[in-house]
Design a protein around this ligand. Structure first.
Ligand SMILES: [Cu+2]
Length: 490
């Protein structure tokens, strides 16, 4: 019984920590780059007899998501083979899979022609399910604990001999981080101004510069972002109801595009966009009254608007009600968006925007604060047990509604639809936030540990969408502990 519980605990830890989450699939050496495909995927807790303690410790100290390879079965030169899909193994016959010692490896298998197949690695006692029909797929994972060169092959009688065999090379040592030319465009979720609280209305000047820059989308992957103030999302703007907001919008001289800004907090045509369509090097000023308290999105509104938004041109403005919001210990700023690239998720190099995918709403990437791993490996959220935490959460989109959820927590208060003048909903698990909208969630964090921000449409975690809230403090066993209750069940 104890062993079973420990195993379950290990599986849960893996499930809730490794999910494509992070993005520490750092692609390292030159050799690794030539042999590795990646499209980080779900952690399938496939290690049959995991050591629970070891898994928990490693999960608490490092967050790694799997190194992922996708193989499709097919026929080549009259032989049955595996064909690499995506990344650096794309198109290769029986590709050599290069893995670093200790990595969690995920292999996706797609049936390309309709015969029965599987993938087996004897030395790791790792195997996939058998895929039967054409286009059927499966996935499995294992931890590369042994260094060496091992065969992967199809165990259906005769298939290995017919050609379905390749190598997995496990080399010692950790993967070195890959240098990326792209700028860091991630907005630190702790980067927002403090509460305004009590003060009379005044004129508030807001400076926004539209900047186009090549930024880091993922390890080894860049994208030409269009930003407000060089980060995604744009600067968090904080005013109070009754303030006069004077927006100075400047379009950087080296921009290629025109840009503008539409404030959902403003009342008037285009939210200001009509007054702010500016060419590179130009500046425009628009002034509006903050008439209604709430948390609002702002975004670029230059055609194609969807293109400008997907490229990073969105942010939040909080119009505090008279006296401000209830005090909390920590506030964070998180926004969700999706990117439409020509190249498949996980491809390295410079991505290009795909207009056809954009207008047919087929994104490759989903991100919090602009890039894969933004809130996991590079800027996780930090808090202490016993503190109250508030997240201002908005969706830039341009198209996908978020089912915002914090794994392991319950929101004490949710300002539904961003309304701060309606009573907040209490004790909420998941909040629906459409594009161009925002919400505020408050909660007291009772127990130390790590918690995971997700869109509970969890397939998106496989395309980059996850964040961590790391809470320092006692892991209060009364609230949750591994194993049976202290008092026997009735
Ligand atoms: Cu723009």
């Amino acid at each position: 019984m104890a062993g079973w519980v420990a195993l379950l605990a290990a599986l849960l830890v893996v499930l809730f920590t490794a999910p494509a989450l992070a993005q520490s699939h750092q692609h390292g050496t030159a050799a690794a780059q030539t042999a590795q495909a990646q499209s980080p995927g779900a952690p399938v807790a496939g290690e049959p007899v995991a050591d629970a303690t070891a898994v928990q410790q490693s999960a608490a100290s490092t967050y790694s998501n799997p190194t992922t390879f996708t193989l499709r079965t097919g026929i080549s030169g009259g032989r049955m083979v595996y064909i690499g899909i995506g990344g650096d193994i794309d198109g290769q016959i029986n590709p050599t899979l290069l893995v670093q010692e200790g990595e969690l490896v995920q292999i996706n298998l797609i049936n390309g022609e309709g015969a029965e197949h599987d993938v087996v690695i004897d030395q790791y006692a790792a195997r996939s399910a058998i895929v039967v029909g054409k286009n059927a797929s499966t996935t499995f994972s294992f931890k590369a604990t042994k260094v060496g060169e091992f065969a992967y092959f199809c165990s259906i009688p005769g298939h290995r001999q017919a050609g379905m065999e390749g190598l997995i090379q496990v080399v010692p040592g950790p993967r070195a981080a890959l240098d990326t030319d792209g700028a860091d465009i991630v907005r630190d979720p702790a980067d927002l101004p403090g509460p305004i609280g009590q003060r009379p209305p005044q004129v508030v000047r807001v400076d926004l510069e539209t900047v186009e820059l090549t930024g880091r989308l993922d390890d080894g992957t860049t994208y030409v972002y269009w930003t407000f103030n060089r980060k995604v999302p744009g600067s968090f703007i904080r005013v109070r109801v009754g303030d006069t907001v004077e927006v100075h919008l400047k379009n950087a001289a080296d921009s290629v595009m025109m840009h503008s800004v539409d404030f959902h907090a403003a009342t008037g045509p285009g939210g200001g966009a009509g007054f702010t369509q500016i060419a590179p090097g130009e500046e425009a000023v628009v002034t509006f009254q903050a008439l209604k308290p709430g948390i609002y999105v702002y975004h670029c509104a230059t055609p194609s608007v969807a293109h400008h938004i997907t490229s990073g041109m969105y942010g939040l403005i909080l119009v505090e009600p008279e006296g401000g919001l209830p005090q909390v210990d920590r506030e964070f700023y998180v926004m969700q968006g999706e990117l439409y690239t020509v190249e498949a998720f996980g491809t390295r190099g410079e991505m290009e925007m795909d207009y056809d995918k954009l207008i047919s709403e087929r994104p490759e990437y989903f991100v919090f604060n602009g890039s894969v791993g933004a809130l996991t490996t590079s800027h996780p959220l930090y808090a202490n047990a016993g503190e109250t935490v508030r997240i201002f959460f908005g969706v830039g989109g341009p198209n996908y509604t978020s089912s915002f959820h914090l794994i392991g927590e319950i929101f004490d208060h949710v300002y539904t639809l961003g309304s701060v003048t309606s009573p907040p909903a209490t004790n909420v698990q998941t909040v629906s936030v459409p594009p161009g909208s925002a919400t505020i969630v408050d909660f007291k964090i009772d127990r130390g540990g790590h918690y995971v921000l997700v869109d509970h449409a969890l397939s998106r975690a496989e395309r980059g969408l996850a964040g961590y809230l790391l809470v320092d403090g006692p892991e209060n066993d009364e609230i949750m502990h591994s194993g049976p209750a202290d008092v026997p069940a009735q």
